[in-house]
Design a protein around this ligand. Structure first.
Ligand SMILES: NC(=O)c1ccc[n+]([C@@H]2O[C@H](COP(=O)([O-])OP(=O)(O)OC[C@H]3O[C@@H](n4cnc5c(N)ncnc54)[C@H](OP(=O)(O)O)[C@@H]3O)[C@@H](O)[C@H]2O)c1
Length: 247
């Protein structure tokens, strides 16, 4: 199959590209840095020409509900319209566990994105995952005050991005399923502990201060609204084993 990956240079997107190639498919990487802009549609038709399927792992780095909604609505409408024009047979969206229980901040955009996808003009599958193990590094990059690392508390049951990618690569080969079973990692963690371990693993010895960030999204995460339900698939290594394997 020829599979186009939106956000194919990102944290999970890179892993998805590797996973679909490992299964013998051709991958087309769609990101602004490869000439495809889901905000404007620039480069999209050329990238999707001949594609059998699309996986959407695009994202915007924001905690603003307004910015997140604007990005995900436009990007989803643009991508799905392009997929329909190209005759794509299956479009798969990566979403996040619990967004409808906690529809604030960045998650407000994910709710808007899913709403667009439920009206998809091409057969589609939406799968929700919990936070990635890599999320610790993503948040630590945004929460540094000079030498001080802030480590926000949040309840999460993280999963390795590579596990998410392998699961998506399998789903995209199957018929469209609408809403698929949620996926999560093996056990609950406190994001603050993950960030501390991540920072130390990087060899940084400075202060790491656990904090409870204001804002509805982070309050919701501390209340456990991003945790998976009992029916979610549990996949891959614990955060500690994943981190140890990174050498
Ligand atoms: N991070 C997590 O813990 C987590 C957990 C569960 C689900 N998810 C979901 O997984 C998806 C990917 O998240 P991520 O953390 O891997 O994202 P990321 O590392 O921030 O990567 C974002 C990707 O989107 C691309 N992109 C951004 N704006 C674009 C535009 N206008 N047009 C085309 N491409 C654009 C970026 O490339 P350019 O900058 O070159 O355009 C990049 O490839 C998101 O839907 C997210 O909600 C994330």
């Amino acid at each position: 199959m020829r599979i186009a990956v939106a956000g194919g240079t990102g944290t999970v997107g890179r892993e998805i590209v590797a996973a679909v190639r490992a299964r013998g498919h051709e991958a087309v990487v769609m990101a602004r840095s490869t000439g495809v802009d889901l905000g404007t549609g620039q480069g999209l038709d050329a990238a999707l020409a001949g594609a059998d399927a699309v996986i959407d792992a695009s994202s915007i780095g924001t905690m603003s509900a307004e910015e997140s909604r604007a990005f995900f609505r436009t990007a989803s409408e643009t991508l799905l319209a392009g997929a329909a024009r190209a005759g794509v047979g299956h479009a798969v969206l990566l979403s996040i566990v619990g967004i409808d229980r906690n529809p604030h901040g960045y998650y407000a955009g994910k709710v808007a994105q899913e709403a667009v996808w439920t009206q998809s003009p091409v057969p589609s599958t939406i799968v929700r995952a919990t936070q990635f193990h890599e999320f610790a590094g993503q948040v630590s990059g945004q929460a540094r005050l000079g030498p001080i690392q802030l480590a926000p508390h949040a309840r999460t049951q993280p999963i390795a991005a590579a596990e998410v990618a392998a699961h998506l690569a399998g789903l995209v080969e199957a018929p469209a399923a609408g809403r698929a079973t949620d996926i999560a990692g093996p056990r609950e963690e406190d994001l603050a502990d993950m960030i501390r371990a991540w920072v130390r693993h990087q060899g940084r010895r400075g202060p790491v201060i656990a904090v409870s960030l204001p804002g509805a999204q982070m309050r919701g995460m501390r209340a456990g609204l991003a945790l998976p339900g009992p029916d979610a698939l549990r996949l891959g290594p614990t955060f500690a084993d994943w981190l140890a394997d990174r050498g």
